[in-house]
Design a protein around this ligand. Structure first.
Ligand code: ADP
Ligand code: MG
Length: 553
């Protein structure tokens, strides 16, 4: 249980709540066990009096039993209120930590994990860990407390019978240990298979258009079927092992009951034990049965949590390649210099840029042209510091980009990626996404600059129109222009268009570029384009194909 140890600081943080939880566990178990002796006393009292009529003493015993039961219920409730609440809080903190880590990781870190895997870590793995935090820990502590309190009362009743009935417990513990390690192995295999399904589903839904166009539904369905039945086999295999587990425990508990009858019966005949005491013993054992039968479940919960926590830790331990060390706030003017910059994608080893140098002064525009795969988008990623150069340096306002405050820097750049991505939200929120508290007027103003306002007002819900998976279908050009508005509303000092005008006709493109010139004329702009006409507008042009790796423009 090494991975789960990393949760100890979280437990420590909620120690007060957990301490109360422990007190409530002790209290609830105490009252639950305390009442048992009064059952035996009632039986003996009734045996003594020889009739079932009104008996003052028995009535008092019954009142005590009812009172204790009520207290047990109350403290059980309080125990859940403290321990389960603490586990929910820790789950919340853990989820936030994982989510924050997602945001910190650089783009290349993302390329190494699949989306399905990421989703699994946030949902299933954290739920598995929470099961350990709450029920897992609660039942183990509960069982220990119960075992101690029950043993004390059993010994007080009869020492030798206690020994006989508790004797099988070490055997039981050994069996639990054995079978649970098998369960652990099998649950890991099952989780892997589950993750494979998520990845597959995510993939085929994202590419649903392609799937339909190639009429490959049957093929996808077949592959899905194979994956699901693989998961089913593994889940059934696990369930079978867990079933054996349960059977063993019930069998041992059955033996305990037989032991009470045999030994208790003989002691009664020898006059050493009253009927009431034997009744007490049955009660003790049956109170122990319930949590003991859960031992199997708790073990598997905790082992699943261990496997999940291991995966979560693996992820959290991954250090981001991009680290921010500067926290000052200052304006970025927009002078850009690439000095002998090379970039190699770590996952493929492809050298996308080789010894590239160029300068763009604040307020100037630079057009970047070149064949597909010549490294244009890589320049855009480097400029946004979504990746860091392998060699060479990028200077912004004369200072290495790595030494700038990244969050501050990104406030001043507007980046329109090659692939338009919109969130499943309203058009207004998508455009306003880039800034805090955007006003409607401002959103409209920038939609106009991006030349998309005229399309938006034609929709029934106008700016409240939902886009994305459950919303309207936008054309590629409309999406691009919404993305442009989103980037421009920040009023950036550096604007990067990564082929983001490609889905527009020449006239619209010219409109937008003119609007930008008019509205944000002092911004530095980097325009990656295929069109000669848009490149001509720029102050400088570099052609990555022609310069063949290293040329100063
Ligand atoms: P362009 O935008 O000019 O088409 P890119 O900058 O996207 O070119 O890509 C340059 C080269 O780097 C290409 O050979 C491409 O295959 C490779 N490349 C791009 N992105 C990645 C990535 N995430 N991982 C590995 N290789 C990549
Ligand atoms: Mg590109």
């Amino acid at each position: 249980m090494k991975a789960l140890k990393t949760l100890n600081p979280y437990f420590w943080k909620h120690k007060i709540l957990l301490f109360w939880g422990l007190l409530f566990i002790i209290a609830s178990n105490f009252f639950n066990i305390y009442k048992v002796q009064f059952v035996g006393k009632s039986v003996d009292e009734l045996t003594k009096s020889g009739h079932l009529g009104f008996n003052r003493q028995v009535l008092i015993y019954v009142a005590i039993i009812v009172g204790c039961s009520l207290l047990t219920g109350f403290f059980t409730f309080m125990m859940r209120q403290t321990i389960i609440v603490a586990s929910r809080r820790i789950e919340y903190e853990l989820k936030n930590k994982i989510y924050r880590h997602y945001q910190d990781l650089s783009l290349t870190d993302y390329k190494q994990t699949t989306i399905g895997d990421l989703m699994n870590r946030l949902s299933e793995d954290v739920v598995a860990v929470r099961m350990y935090l709450g029920p897992g820990v609660m039942y183990v502590v509960n069982l220990l407390v119960l075992l101690i309190i029950t043993s004390i009362y059993m010994i007080k009743t009869d020492v030798s019978m206690t020994l006989w009935t508790l004797l099988p417990l070490p055997v039981l513990s050994y069996l639990i240990f054995k079978v649970s390690s098998i369960i652990n192995k099998k649950s890991k295999i099952m989780q892997k298979s589950q993750s494979a399904i998520s990845t597959f589903v995510q993939d085929s839904f994202s590419g649903i258009r392609v799937v339909k166009f190639f009429a490959k539904e049957k093929y996808i369905e077949k592959n899905y079927g194979i994956k699901v039945s693989d998961y089913q086999n593994k889940a059934l295999d696990l369930a079978k092992t867990e079933a054996y587990f349960f059977t063993i425990i019930l069998f041992v508990i059955g033996l305990l009951n037989v032991a009470v009858i045999l030994i208790g019966g003989q002691k009664y005949l020898a006059g050493e034990l009253s009927v009431g005491k034997i009744a007490d013993f049955f009660m003790y054992i049956n109170i122990l049965i319930w949590p003991f039968s859960l031992v199997g479940w708790v073990t598997s919960v905790n082992q699943r949590a261990e496997a999940s926590m291991q995966r979560v830790n693996e992820f959290l331990d991954k250090k981001s390649e991009i680290v921010n060390t500067n926290f000052e706030e200052y304006p970025i003017i927009g002078n850009i210099e690439f000095r002998n910059v090379s970039y190699v994608y770590p996952n493929t080893g492809i050298k996308a840029l080789d010894n590239l140098s160029f300068t763009v002064n604040a307020g100037e525009s630079l057009a970047i042209m070149g064949k597909t795969g010549s490294g244009k988008s890589t320049i855009a990623l480097l400029l946004c510091r979504l990746i860091d150069p392998t060699e060479g340096e990028i200077l912004i306002d004369g200072k290495n980009l790595k030494e700038h405050n990244l969050n501050n820097y990104r406030k001043f750049i507007g980046y329109i990626p090659q692939e338009s991505y919109l969130f499943s939200d309203s058009i207004e929120n998508n455009i306003g996404f880039a800034i805090d508290n955007p006003s409607h007027e401002k959103v409209v103003e920038y939609a106009k600059i991006a030349d998309v306002d005229k399309n938006i007002v034609e929709f029934k819900d106008q700016y409240k129109t939902m886009v994305g998976e459950r919303g309207v279908m936008l054309s590629g050009g409309q999406k691009q222009r919404i993305c442009i508005a989103r980037a421009l509303i920040k009023e950036p000092n550096i604007i990067i268009f990564d082929d983001s005008l490609s889905a527009l006709d020449t006239e619209t493109e010219q409109n937008i570029l003119e609007n930008i010139d008019r509205k944000i004329h002092n911004a530095t702009s980097i325009i990656i384009t295929h069109r000669e006409s848009s490149a001509q507008r720029a102050d400088k042009i570099i052609n990555l194909t022609e310069i063949a790796n290293s040329v100063t423009a």
